[in-house]
Ligand binder design. Structure first.
Ligand SMILES: [Zn+2]
Length: 188
């Protein structure tokens, strides 16, 4: 009988991360996945699927009667995940939604067949508590939104030069350091 390969992503007990910890998390994971900048969320999706040994299917769809509404949902299956996201929003908004859902997968958020993001219950606005029913209403949604912002930023970044190892002049090197040219170097 084949032995199951342990997932390289920690699916042990979950602890919420700060935004700084999420940066570190993605920096290390993108390097492990061999994903280079500028980030392409669709390539990230494929690499992440290979990495965890599960399918990640992406499907554009729309909500009848609600054109242009941005939404995403992550549906976990035993052998993979389905990410359903809005078809009738801008390409950049689609990328943002996909990054949000990929964070849920990469961080191992779905537990016990929990379905994240999608809330198909009718909202009772009278009973709504401040902050509830919004993206930031749970720490998992906060992480996914914060990560989506991080990953979208990386969609617009060029690969960083290894400031120390390059043949930059000293003044160029100082300037590169000052604007974060070393930011993408791994510390471990
Ligand atoms: Zn979510």
């Amino acid at each position: 009988m084949p032995t199951a390969t342990p997932s390289p992503i920690d699916f042990g007990p979950l602890n919420p991360m700060s935004d700084a910890a999420l940066w570190t998390f993605w920096r290390a994971l993108l390097e492990d996945l061999g994903v280079s900048l500028p980030l392409n969320p669709w390539i990230l999706s494929q690499r992440l699927a290979d990495y965890i040994g599960k399918d990640i299917d992406l499907e554009e769809c729309s909500i009848p009667g609600a054109p242009g509404v941005g939404f995403g949902a992550l549906i976990p299956f035993p052998d993979g995940y389905l990410i359903a996201y809005a078809s009738d929003v801008s390409p950049s908004y689609k990328a943002y939604i996909v990054c949000h859902e990929l964070t849920h997968i990469a961080r191992g958020h779905p537990r016990n067949k929990e379905m994240l993001c999608g809330n198909f219950d009718e909202i009772n606005r009278e009973a709504l508590q401040p902050g509830s029913g919004r993206y930031f209403s749970t720490w998992k949604e906060w992480e996914a939104e914060t990560s989506a912002a991080i990953l979208v930023e990386l969609m617009h970044r060029r690969p960083l030069t290894d400031v120390e190892g390059s043949d930059l002049s000293e003044s160029e090197r100082l300037y590169a350091r000052a604007i974060g040219g070393r930011a993408w170097r791994r510390s471990r």
